[in-house]
Design a binder for this molecule. Structure first.
Ligand code: ADP
Ligand code: MG
Length: 228
């Protein structure tokens, strides 16, 4: 097992609105194994993105546990472990491909994609070579490699973001609508990439915006229903 989520819940307290509480999600339980992709599905506003943020600890959970089973055999509860451990885990063990690319000025697409590999100790030349191949496999034209993604289309930016997220894959990868603004061909290339990551044993939790895409990559589905 890679991740065990048990009775996880999140309420948002709106301090600027007299402390009104809003339910993010409640009573969420699932497991994800190495090499397995779990898809979260359900109507908009049922807490799918918030669950990923709770696992990445962008959001603190209100109750429940998230146990990460590490390679060395130890188990950490991501709801309660200290901030330093979270920062360490984000560097090496948990990756998050969000919907939008954070663009740093003056950094080219190629540099941006190569940098996670360089940070991991790969030679710069090799990292750039791997990044080029990855961008090529995602249908990014070579003439864009040496430009800043600032002026790229939404779909191109999204693919740069995905390439950055998967080039040096963490053991657990969270994906929030990675194919949302992509055309059919680019979407399929991203899904192929996720299938390759599964082969490498990466555990993934993904939100996909349509059923066909979900069925193509997911080993199992966790559906959240709106509470009545
Ligand atoms: N930072 C936040 N503050 C207050 N409410 C939030 C916050 N983030 C999400 N929510 C609320 O939590 C619920 C679930 O949102 P979200 O996780 O984005 O759903 P989904 O990804 O399934 O569309 C929504 O009602 C949303 O308004
Ligand atoms: Mg969402």
């Amino acid at each position: 097992m890679k991740l065990t989520v048990n009775h996880l819940a999140k309420q948002f307290t709106l301090h600027n609105r007299d402390g009104i509480t809003v339910t993010g999600f409640s009573d969420v339980s699932f497991t994800v194994a190495d090499g397995e992709l779990l898809a979260l599905t359900g109507p908009s506003g049922t807490g799918k993105s918030s669950i990923l943020k709770a696992i990445y600890r962008t959001y603190l959970s209100s109750s429940g546990t998230i146990h990460l089973h590490r390679k060395d055999g130890s188990i950490v509860d991501l709801t309660t472990c200290c901030e330093n451990s979270i920062l360490e885990l984000r560097k090496k063990e948990i990756g998050f491909v969000t919907q939008f690319l954070k663009i740093l000025p003056r950094i080219t697409a190629l540099q941006s994609v190569a940098s996670p590999l360089i940070e991991r100790g790969e030679y710069e030349k090799n990292a750039r070579e791997t990044a080029s191949q990855l961008l090529d496999s995602l249908n990014i034209r070579e003439e864009l490699f040496h430009l800043s993604p600032l002026t790229f289309s939404g779909g191109e930016q999204q693919r740069i973001n995905i390439a950055r997220g998967v080039i040096a894959p963490r053991d657990l990868l969270l994906l929030d609508e990675p194919t949302a603004s992509l055309d059919e061909d680019s979407s399929n290339r991203v899904l192929d990439l996720l299938l390759e990551l599964k082969e490498k044993g990466i555990a993934m939790i993904g939100i996909f915006h349509d059923k066909r895409k979900t069925e193509r990559v997911a080993d199992k589905v966790y559906t959240i229903n709106r509470e009545i």
